[in-house]
Design a protein around this ligand. Structure first.
Ligand code: NDP
Length: 452
């Protein structure tokens, strides 16, 4: 991948060469660093104190990387060994913050790309949180509840020593939902003999979780789309929406799109996608994915207006708004060409880095509004910060209050990215805007706190 990345401006090129040399087998990490460096070269050029303080050289190196063995015993009595990760990238703005991903594809490169992105996303929220990410190559699919619990307990047996409400606060991500968070939090409480609510976010609302955290990433992405449309004097009503994934982000993006009068017509998982021209039946989708933990093909089998397309992604379906919400690198140049050919007007990344660089370039050169995940999916972590505030104050805010706060944060994130894009001479470029606005906040704090 990195060989195909275009050359960078001179002010940042040598930093990228060091990253490439030092992390030779980490294509996703290199891709994420390249994208940020490309965007923020004008920020470096306009602020000589950032170069003097070595901000870039320090930012691309995690403060700490933890890798550990996770042994557990499956239901058949066999030993299983997985690998656990936590990459603590930056604590300059607050405690490390970022989700845990359990998926067989997880490796150090993926965790580092996610942790690196998280620094700037978290800065953009303005909520005083640092950047981190973690996870394991464990696959919860097809595992019994007992197996998932034993895995989570073993994972936390090692990770707990690196966590804490003022140190590092994980949350969910792919494969880590309410069930896994419950087991992880329970084991931390057992080991430390502390009910430390603020050490994990995404908790159940009955035991310290915040209203709207579950919905926040999907809702936030659609709020972001609403803000982008508002700049053009438009809104979501009547628009056809294409969503990928059928997990946490996808389900709540679909729900909010409906609430704003749009028509979501696709959903997917790693086996293929469904298209339903009558609109995705959200109750059916939730029953299959959340209750029965089934596959997306079962949706089409249960609904006459839908069809299942095996092994494909949903980007050939004509839509006005695309919300990729599954995983990284799921829209390539061909997918972008198909979406553009079918008249897509906005692409809003619900997932982290779902769009490959040449696809981003294709959208931007075709006048398609494009929102990077760093800005558009920041609602999840922002609401996690609200959960931390409530835990610290022993308060509980209502759903309506929390959703209002989320909406206001997404407006602020949008406006910060929009304004930074204008400031650096790239109006309407939300990639440059989000990276620059997030980076500026991190860089100023790093200058102030000295070389550490
Ligand atoms: P979930 O595990 O709830 O859902 C993930 C969905 O994506 C599933 O439908 C899954 O299908 C699909 N998927 C996962 N990996 C692949 C793959 N390699 N190829 C095709 N489909 C895949 O995760 P979330 O909804 O929480 O996360 C989705 C994305 O959003 C991720 O990029 C995550 O980092 C990002 N995100 C999530 C936040 C949150 O608050 N949850 C916050 C910010 C970003 P299958 O079941 O078949 O694997």
């Amino acid at each position: 991948m990195s060989e195909t990345l275009p050359p960078l401006p001179a002010s940042v090129a040598s930093v990228f060469e060091t990253v490439r040399a030092r992390n030779p087998h980490e294509p996703e990490f290199q891709q994420a660093v390249h994208e940020v460096l490309d965007s923020i070269a004008p920020v470096i050029e306009a602020n000589p104190e950032f170069a003097e303080a070595g901000i870039l050289e320090r930012t691309v190196e995690p403060e700490r990387q933890i890798m550990f063995r996770v042994p557990w015993v499956d239901d058949a009595g066999h030993l299983q060994v997985n690998r656990g990760y936590r990459v603590q990238f930056s604590s300059v703005l607050g405690p490390y913050k970022g989700g845990l991903r359990f998926h067989p594809s997880v490796n150090l490169s993926i965790i580092k790309f996610l942790g690196f992105e998280q620094i700037f996303k978290n800065a953009l929220t303005g909520q005083g949180i640092g950047g981190a990410k973690g996870g394991s190559d464990f696959d919860p699919h097809g595992r019994s509840r007992g197996e998932v619990m034993r895995f989570c307990q073993s994972f936390m047996n090692e990770l707990y020593r690196h966590l804490g409400e003022h140190t590092d606060v994980p949350a969910g991500d792919i494969g880590v939902g309410a069930r896994e968070i419950g087991f992880l939090f329970g084991q931390y409480r057992k080991i430390t003999n502390r009910h430390e609510s603020g050490m994990f976010t995404g908790k159940g609302v009955q035991w310290g979780g915040a209203e709207v955290r579950t919905e926040a990433t999907g809702y936030g992405a659609v709020f972001f789309a609403q803000e982008m449309l508002a700049v053009r004097g438009e809104d979501m009503s009547g628009l056809r929406v294409g969503v990928s994934g059928s997990g946490n982000v996808a389900i709540y993006a679909i729900e909010k799109a409906y609430q704003l009068g749009a028509l979501p017509v696709t959903a997917s998982d790693s086996s293929g996608y469904v298209v339903d021209d009558a609109g995705i039946d959200l109750d059916l989708l939730r029953r299959i994915k959340e209750v029965e933990r089934g596959r997306i093909a079962e949706y089409a089998a249960a609904r006459t207006s839908a069809r299942f397309v095996e092994g494909e992604r949903p980007w050939s379906v004509p839509v006005d708004v695309a919300v990729p919400s599954a995983t990284q690198n799921e829209i390539d140049a061909d997918d972008a060409a198909a979406l553009i050919g079918n008249g897509v007007r906005i692409v809003v990344e619900g997932a982290n880095m779902p769009t490959l660089p040449d696809a981003v370039a294709a959208f931007q050169s075709s006048d398609v509004l494009f929102a990077p995940g760093k800005a558009a999916n920041a609602g999840g972590v922002a609401t996690s910060a609200l959960e931390m505030s409530q835990n610290a104050a022993r308060q509980r805010w209502t759903f309506t209050d929390s959703e209002d706060k989320l909406r206001a944060i997404m407006r602020d994130v949008h406006d910060a990215a929009f304004a930074a894009a204008e400031r650096y001479g790239r109006p309407g470029d939300y990639v440059v805007g989000a990276n620059s606005a997030g980076f500026e906040r991190v860089a100023h704090a790093m200058v102030a706190q000295g070389i550490i």
